[in-house]
Design a binder for this molecule. Structure first.
Ligand code: NAD
Length: 585
């Protein structure tokens, strides 16, 4: 591992989180947003292990080394409004005069040329200090803690409940594992849907962290107690969550042994990385960490052996009647590739099972952060989103639940799934915005961004809001074991789509644009992008928002229409998206 093992930068130690307030320490709000977001990722309340620059998802980092972090901070501090900074795998490598409407920061993380695109080459280059693993929102400075994934997890489980259990999970048992940065959202998402969650993690501190932040209700001392508590809650039809300090494969096998078959089974351990993410059975956390140092090859082999047992147990639960799905960590891909088990794919991934119809309409996890650090600014945006979309019952329910249950981490922020569907500016009361023509057709995302920009301009929100999104979005990712699994036309592995998406985001003038390899599912298994737009109340920001929040979700519609999905073709027709060959091959 390069020099990110060295003592954290003094500057980071002084900040330990994003600067807040209305005073700039840079030459403009867009540069300021980049600086605040980088530090928000590395806030000890947000990231999982910031002293090692690790944000979430195994070893997903925000900067390559502490020297690189310091250099990025220097660059952002002096960057002008017509300059663009280039960041290659977490290290600033160049800076050019471009123009005011161009992105201020361009980021590429973990990308390798096809033939070399695997963990082995990546780890060699990482050891030489030449690359870093950017995961998805870690290396693109868009991570907002477990609150960032909670709505996606809530929506996925709600869709699962709709399909299999008549709309909610009351009286249902969900078994899962992994209480890290992303997986930590699972117990709260289950209880928000009315169900009971029994969740394993090998790291007791991670369970404790989820309890302290309100994501999980109890840590049980042993599996028997945990099962007893969970089944009692199922019997009573009460939402409940209990974490157990145990290896996931061991827990799933023990449940089968005791004939405890859950209604739903999934998993969110960091199985995408057999060496630095997943923990083999038979060791405590410390013993496993020592084995990794001493004998990485043996660690990897034992880790894959445990994954095979883990998948076998999920398959057995599925045969016994559980609804099973993979939750985006590539555990099926690992077991298929390294243990030759094609049947690992006998249970589906969560995207084809529950999410794809939303992607067809350009819907995805759109998120925004208050750069002021003021919670009241986010509550103001909550009001705005509800005023704009008064008929969306599910959105209202989500905002109510989020206000009640989701603790802010670092810069206050919110996530909402908004899509492409367009409405005329006059119909949504946005025709008086300077950048808007009354006849303009505005997407849901653009409507919301314009309203926020207005509130910033009016001073109703105290400092700019930065809008960004997950890389897991409608048109931003090629990931054959996850977002693009089982595409209708077989185009799962075609990476032209995310590359076009990043190019389009630059053309539309997003303020930060990034392209990564390997997020969620590991190196060589995905290409994906992210963008940020800073709503600083100016007409320039309004114009940028209109462009980016049309083209970006529009890619989702276009990509799925091209693959032949009826829902996407319908959305294109309804919202006038130009598809030159009408979805023909
Ligand atoms: P993380 O590294 O922060 O946490 C992983 C957790 O799994 C840790 O707490 C670790 O102790 C635990 N763990 C690992 N192996 C275990 C085992 N065998 N038994 C019990 N516990 C074990 O990762 P994260 O950010 O929570 O992400 C989890 C996985 O989900 C990753 O593979 C990530 O790429 C993927 N992911 C999914 C989505 C999604 O939308 N579904 C989004 C982002 C990431």
């Amino acid at each position: 591992m390069s020099d990110n093992q060295r003592q954290p930068s003094t500057r980071w130690q002084e900040l330990k989180g994003a600067p807040t307030g209305t005073e700039l320490r840079t030459n403009g709000w867009r540069q300021e947003a980049a600086l605040r977001l980088l530090n928000n990722n590395l806030d000890p309340d947000v990231g999982e292990d910031p002293e090692r620059l690790v944000v979430y998802g195994g070893t997903g980092r925000a900067a390559r080394s502490w020297d690189a972090y310091d250099a990025i901070m220097d660059q952002l501090t002096s960057l002008d409004d017509d300059e663009t900074l280039l960041v290659q795998s977490g290290k600033p490598v160049g800076r050019f005069r471009t123009h005011e409407m161009a992105p201020r920061v361009l980021i590429a993380n973990s990308n390798l040329v096809g033939h070399w695109d695997d963990w082995e080459h990546f780890h060699e280059l990482e050891a030489e200090g030449l690359m870093m693993y950017g995961q998805m929102t870690a290396g693109s400075w868009a991570y907002i803690g477990t609150q960032g994934i909670i709505q996606g997890t809530y929506e996925t489980l709600a869709k699962c409940a709709d399909q299999h259990f008549g709309g909610d999970l009351s009286g249902k048992l969900v078994v899962t594992a992994g209480l890290g940065g992303m997986g930590g959202a699972q117990p709260l998402a289950v209880t928000m849907n009315g169900g009971v969650c029994l969740v394993a993690d090998i790291d007791a501190d991670r369970i404790q962290r989820r309890i302290e932040t309100g994501y999980c209700q109890e840590i049980a001392n042993d599996l028997d107690t945990a099962i007893e508590r969970a089944l009692a809650a199922v019997e009573a039809g009460k939402p409940y969550s209990v974490g157990v300090h145990i290896n996931a494969a061991d827990m799933y096998e023990e449940l089968l042994e005791r004939d405890v078959i859950p209604d739903v089974v999934t998993d969110q351990t960091s199985a995408h990385d057999a060496l630095e993410g997943y923990y083999p059975s038979g060791y405590t956390l410390d013993e496993a960490d020592a084995l990794r140092e001493r004998d990485p090859e043996r660690y990897r082999t034992e880790s894959l052996d445990t994954m095979e047992r883990h998948v076998d147990a999920i398959l057995a639960m599925q045969r016994a009647g559980a609804v099973a799905f993979e939750y985006g960590n590539n555990i099926r891909g690992q077991v298929k590739e390294h243990r030759g088990r094609d049947d690992a794919f006998d249970f589906p991934g969560f995207v084809p099972a529950y999410i794809r119809p939303m992607f067809c309409r350009g819907q995805g996890p759109f998120r925004w952060l208050a750069l002021s650090g003021e919670e009241s600014d986010i509550y103001r945006t909550d009001d705005a989103v509800l005023e704009l979309f008064p008929t969306k019952e599910r959105l209202r329910r989500w905002i109510d639940l989020a206000q009640e249950h989701v603790e802010f981490q670092g810069l206050p922020s919110r996530v909402c799934w908004l899509g492409y569907e367009t409405t005329r500016a006059t119909e949504v009361g946005l025709d008086d915005v300077d950048a808007v023509d009354p006849d303009d057709e505005l997407t849901e995302r653009a409507q919301f961004a314009l309203r926020i920009n207005q509130l910033v301009a009016d001073g109703a929100i105290t400092a700019p809001i930065v809008v960004t999104r997950d890389h897991l979005d409608a048109g931003s990712v090629a990931s054959p074991n996850r977002e693009t699994e089982a595409m209708k036309d077989g185009s799962d592995a075609v990476a032209d789509w995310p590359i076009l998406n990043a190019l389009l985001n630059c053309a539309a003038g997003a303020d930060i644009v990034s392209v990564h390899d390997g997020g969620g599912v590991g190196i060589g298994n995905a290409v994906h992008t992210n963008n940020h737009v800073v709503l600083d109340g100016t007409e320039r920001a309004a114009k940028t928002a209109m462009r980016v929040f049309t083209t970006d979700p529009g890619m989702g519609v276009v990509r799925h229409a091209d693959a032949g999905y009826e829902t996407a073709l319908e959305e294109a027709e309804r919202s006038n998206v130009e598809i030159p060959m009408g979805g023909e091959e």
